[in-house]
Design a protein around this ligand. Sequence first.
Ligand SMILES: [Zn+2]
Length: 112
Amino acid sequence: MHELAVTCSIVRHVVRAARGRTVRAITLEIGQLCGVRPEGVAFCFPEIARGTSAAAARLDIRRIAGRGYCESCHSEVPIAERTAPCPCGSSRVHTVAGEELTLKSIAFEYIP
Ligand SMILES: [Zn+2]
């Protein structure tokens, strides 16, 4: 399961960045076209974070819609998959959004 490996990698990264601090919240941006299902990450997260400094963290996942730019009609169109054609019929569409998988922010517990 792809999401399992991705979630492992995210938790590892977050825990390393926390350097022993408790992690309060994690914000991820997952593009519709990046091949990782947000539900899968949300499902795996509690199990993978268990026993780490991120165990109690709130996981916020923002979904980024797929968008493409059509070189035939010069417009930006929503696309549900990378190879989707433009509504004008052209397949000369290149992706401009939705391929990202970004660890946007990590909030740590405040230690005075
Ligand atoms: Zn077009």
